[in-house]
Design a protein around this ligand. Structure first.
Ligand code: C5P
Length: 214
């Protein structure tokens, strides 16, 4: 089965690029960050501290999570746009430091690998979840550029955001994701690393397709 992983920090264009490649190659698509965001939403909603890992895992296992369409449903409630705030993203990066929580969703993520194949994006797709992937990419970009992109994206979705705060939140998230002891954000040993700071999404998509078609 065709398996492509795209990892990297927030705002590097992973989502846009991964979805476009999945569409062009007719493959399934996994946004693993959305799973961490949903868990963050769930624990905040139920007022469960992430330190209480046993209770947190129980809630995650009981939750009825539906990713099957482009919308995300949690216990039948549509939370697609609720999970896109930077508050949820920051909390997601805190709970993502928990080894028990990460292990509890490994199978959930791996079940997305179905014929004819998958494009999976996140932080540890090529290193931990799908180490066997034939094509691994790691996207990066300057923090200022990533904050700008996220700013435009959030504003277009109607969120009220401040660019300075956003840049700080993204840097804090990078710091946590890169320095945690479990599954830290690092390029997989055999990945193709691309700096997208000065590239358009179309240019990045074309670069990836060239590597895949080689
Ligand atoms: O990609 P996104 O911004 O939606 O991810 C939110 C957070 O979820 C990340 O900052 C990271 O802490 C966590 N995450 C992770 N592993 C993944 C995907 C996301 O730890 N594979």
């Amino acid at each position: 089965m065709m398996l492509i992983t795209i990892d990297g920090p927030a705002g590097t264009g992973k989502g846009t690029v991964a979805q476009a490649i999945a569409k062009q190659l007719n493959l399934n698509y996994l946004d693993s960050g959305a799973i961490y965001r949903v868990i963050a939403y769930l624990l905040l909603d139920k007022d469960i501290s992430f330190d209480n890992e046993v209770l947190a895992i129980k809630e995650i296992e009981l939750a009825d999570l539906d990713f099957s369409n482009s919308e995300i449903l949690l216990n039948k409630k549509n939370i697609t746009s609720d999970i896109r705030t930077e508050k949820i993203a920051s909390f997601a990066s805190i709970i993502a430091t928990s080894n028990i929580i990460r292990e509890s969703i490994l199978d959930k993520q791996r079940r997305h690998l179905k014929p004819p194949g998958l494009v999976a994006e996140g932080r540890d797709m090529g290193t931990v979840v799908f180490p066997e992937a034939r094509y691994k990419f790691y996207l990066n970009a300057s923090v200022a550029e990533r904050a700008q992109r996220r700013y435009k994206q959030l504003i277009s979705k109607g969120f009220d955001v401040n660019i300075t705060t956003l840049e700080k939140e993204i840097s804090d998230r990078d710091e946590r994701d890169q320095n945690r002891s479990v599954s830290p954000l690092v390029p997989a040993a055999n990945s193709v690393i691309i700096d997208t700071t000065n590239l358009s999404p179309e240019e990045v998509i074309s670069l990836l397709l060239t590597h895949i078609n080689k």
